[in-house]
Design a protein around this ligand. Structure first.
Ligand code: NAP
Ligand code: MG
Length: 494
């Protein structure tokens, strides 16, 4: 499909948003070009066509954004307004996201490739994220401490300051919302950097924030690549970095942040074990094992990429899962009924097909799929590898594509030991009708989220984050307030 064909299908608002001049940076409430005028292209992964030109922020632009955020923080235009007013504004922003969910969803589908229905659903989720955190400003309290009677001691919970927030491309606006909503609820200001592959919805969010009444300079968006992100991390006037993305970049960020001792929270990769015992509800387990790894084309940090099957059900389960997976329609996210879109970029396509080759070389067998789909766009067949040992690269390294490694096990001990045998610890799941087995496994699995008889279930109130090299810090829920506030002890001598 040619670019012009795609565009004629777009609703008016989305077309206006895309067809303007190059998308600019959003700094201090204004659209501005990059200081050196550089731009980059964002690509529709379903067509390999350019969607829009995007301003490429360099050091000078990051400086400007940080200065705007610093000024907005220090003069109290956001921090010092009454909590109930912050709530009203954040709730208004939630309503605006919801009212524009169709347009935002379309932008997300074009930029990322994911099915439109899913993208639009995610946008409603973003509205819920803002709605949830809109409830917090009036409920963030300090404490009075039981020091001796000659002193009055209390703790204030204060915002951290300027927050640099670096976002991946797999759930662009959802991940931005998990960071921006709590940061604003706590009274901080933000410099947000979306991934170069998917910058569009973050830019639209900036517009909606202004419309909702978030003061200028409070939410700044700088587009660019990893160098742009690195300038934010190194900037001496940024107080905190929140990052979601790869372990490799997470490591670089932690090292770079050491120079200025910034607060850092990291949500990194995963290689999550999905453990199915022979006594599980097979039909649900089969369906969920497939959707748990193939949704979003496997580009989910919590994807169920290691499927552990009890010996006695192995062959039957793989057969049923392959049948179910064949019924999931692969294609462009704008097509009716599509459940699996393309991977996000040519780079990701290389990576995923590279891992499929590695799996074959390691001796695994593709029970389903196993190659790129021969058409325009970055499409890969959903791939189920059997004959996998947990020490193979395809079982240890994050592929971030529609590829699952099936590994047999004998009993609870074996499943938990193999499940935990990874550098990651983001999520895990257990399928069984035996309550005791479920709770024992849930306690023994080293992961920030454990699901029993379900996958990827959660709510804004449940904390989300990693054990081991999957990162640290918890987003969502009350836990996120710890990332965006700091405690101050005040002692008054009476
Ligand atoms: P990535 O490099 O970790 O990108 C994540 C974000 O960090 C992007 O906004 C990126 O900018 C930025 N960034 C890159 N280098 C940086 C640096 N030195 N300092 C500050 N920010 C920096 O992820 P990717 O390269 O897109 O994907 C590679 C792999 O990461 C995937 O195959 C997957 O395994 C993993 N990944 C994990 C998640 C997750 O949710 N845990 C999400 C995405 C990817 P640019 O994109 O603009 O360069
Ligand atoms: Mg793109």
């Amino acid at each position: 499909m040619a670019m012009t064909d795609v565009r004629t299908e777009l609703p008016e608002a989305a077309r206006r948003f895309l067809d303007g001049k190059p998308k600019q940076l959003f700094i201090d409430g204004k659209w501005v070009d990059a200081a050196d005028g550089r731009t980059f292209d964002t690509i529709d992964p379903a067509t390999e066509q350019v969607l829009a030109k995007i301003a490429f922020a360099g050091k000078e632009d990051v400086d400007r954004a940080v200065t705007a955020a610093r000024t907005a923080f220090e003069d109290g235009r956001w921090r010092d307004i009454p909590p109930r007013k912050k709530e009203t504004i954040l709730r208004r922003l939630a309503d605006l996201i919801e009212a524009n969910a169709d347009e935002l969803g379309l932008l997300e589908t074009l930029d990322n490739g994911k099915p439109l229905r899913m993208a639009t659903g995610e946008m409603r989720g973003c509205a819920e994220t803002f709605r949830y955190y809109a409830g917090w400003p009036t409920k963030i309290t300090g404490d009075v401490l039981p020091t001796d009677p000659g002193k009055h001691s209390y703790v204030r919970r204060e915002p951290v300051g300027v927050c640099g927030q670096i976002i991946p491309w797999n759930f662009p606006l959802a991940m931005a919302s998990w960071k921006v909503a709590p940061a604003l609820a706590c009274g901080n200001t933000c410099v947000l950097k979306p991934a170069e592959q998917t910058p569009l919805t973050a830019l639209r969010l900036a517009e909606l924030a202004i419309e909702a009444g978030v003061p200028e300079g409070v939410l700044n968006v700088v587009t660019g690549d990893g160098t742009t992100g690195a300038f934010i991390v190194e900037h001496p006037d940024v107080d905190k970095i929140a990052f979601t993305g790869s372990v490799e970049v997470g490591r670089q960020i932690m090292a770079a942040a050491a120079g200025t001792l910034k607060k850092v929270s990291l949500e990194l990769g995963g290689k999550s074990p999905n453990i199915v015992f022979a006594d599980a509800d097979m039909e649900t387990a089969v369906r969920t094992a497939s959707l748990g790894v193939f949704m979003n084309t496997g580009q989910i940090c919590t994807a169920a990429t290691r499927l552990f099957l009890e010996d006695s059900i192995h062959d039957d389960f793989v057969g049923r899962m392959s049948e179910f997976t064949k019924g999931l329609k692969v294609g462009p996210g704008l097509d009716e009924g599509v459940l699996i879109g393309p991977v996000v970029s040519d780079e990701q396509l290389e990576r995923v097909t590279g891992y499929i080759d590695i799996g074959k070389e390691e001796g695994a067998e593709a029970a389903l799929g196993g190659k790129r789909i021969d058409r325009a766009g970055y499409f890969v067949e959903p791939t189920i590898f059997t004959g996998v040992r947990n020490d193979m690269r395809i079982a240890q390294e994050e592929i971030f594509g529609p590829v699952v490694s099936v590994i047999p096990f004998t009993d609870v001990e074996d499943a938990v030991t193999q499940g935990n045998d990874t550098q990651y610890g983001l999520a895990a799941a257990v399928w069984t009708r035996d309550i005791s087995k479920a709770h024992r496994a849930a306690a023994a699995l080293k992961a920030g989220s454990v699901w029993v008889n379900c996958y990827s279930e959660g709510d804004m109130s449940t904390p989300f984050g990693g054990y081991k090299q999957s990162g640290f810090g918890r987003e969502r829920g009350e836990a996120s307030l710890d990332l965006y506030t700091q405690l101050k002890s005040v002692v008054v001598k009476l």
